[in-house]
Design a protein around this ligand. Structure first.
Ligand SMILES: C[S@@+](CC[C@H](N)C(=O)[O-])C[C@H]1O[C@@H](n2cnc3c(N)ncnc32)[C@H](O)[C@@H]1O
Length: 246
């Protein structure tokens, strides 16, 4: 999927989880990372910078945001604490042993050669540093909002690297699985927001993009039914995996 100007604008509009919905991520990352002043996290495939800014604001650490798409990169708020660099996971523009952790959120399925990326991440991390991966892995999508309403989106996710494949690629580069947990994130507002922005979702999300018109229509009908039955009481959110490697 190409992250061009239109996709980047759509991503920013509907895919960034508002900060107040990330409380569980904040606590999970804090527990594993044990952030300390002076630490640098490489946010690889940083997108529009939602997590780069969160990591900085939550923990007061430095972030190097590496992102190949100019349209996505241009939306990352740069500052003294957030360096923004053009780059790819398989060719990171960072010196050897220069980062204290790597953060990869919803990015591993975009990387052509995950084993090469794992080796490159090993190169830029200091010994003993963590890799934190936020991902919806094939077969582990029960808590994913878009899969609930548009179940055929799982068809695309089934082509993504599995949890086992991801662990194998990183193991070959010297990383071992340290933890795997499910983390909840929430969106404010109502399910009606998905209906209002369904074309924006389609533009912003790889899995939605691959739906047929009939699949999209059936999904919107499911949402309308849920709204009739539960109204605004139906909460919005996802449960995704946090895979921690060291
Ligand atoms: C679904 S977005 C996630 C953005 C951000 N990590 C987040 O969670 O908000 C995927 C991002 O990965 C980037 N990407 C695609 N291929 C990549 C690669 N080979 N290396 C690093 N990033 C890549 C895309 O440009 C896009 O910004």
């Amino acid at each position: 999927m190409s992250y061009d100007e239109g996709t980047a604008a759509a991503f920013k509009a509907v895919r960034e989880v508002p900060r107040e919905g990330l409380a569980e991520w904040r606590e999970a990352v804090r527990r594993h990372l044990r952030p300390a002043p002076g630490m640098t996290v490489a946010d690889i495939g940083a997108g529009t910078g939602a997590f780069a800014t969160s990591l900085r604001d939550w923990f007061g650490i430095d972030v190097v945001a590496v992102e190949p798409s100019a349209a996505m990169r241009d939306r990352i708020p740069q500052s003294a604490a957030i360096r923004v660099l053009a780059g790819d996971a398989t060719a990171l523009p960072l010196p050897d042993a220069s980062a204290d952790a790597a953060w990869l959120s919803l990015v591993i399925h975009h990387i052509g050669d995950l084993a090469a990326a794992a080796r490159e991440i090993r190169r830029v991390l200091r010994p003993g540093a963590l890799v934190l991966i936020r991902q919806g892995f094939p077969g582990r999508l029960v808590g994913v909002e878009l899969v609930r309403w548009f179940p055929e989106t799982a068809r695309t996710v089934e082509m993504y690297p599995t949890l086992a494949e991801t662990c194998r690629a990183f193991a070959a580069a010297g990383f071992r699985q340290e933890a795997l947990e499910q983390v909840r994130e929430t969106y404010p507002g109502s399910l009606a927001d998905i209906l209002d922005e369904v074309e924006t979702f389609r533009r912003a999300d790889t899995t939605m993009r691959n739906l047929t018109d009939a699949e999209l229509l059936r999904g919107t009908q499911r949402i309308r039914r849920a709204l009739r039955e539960a109204g605004d009481r139906e909460p919005r959110g996802n449960v995704l995996d946090l895979l921690v490697l060291r």
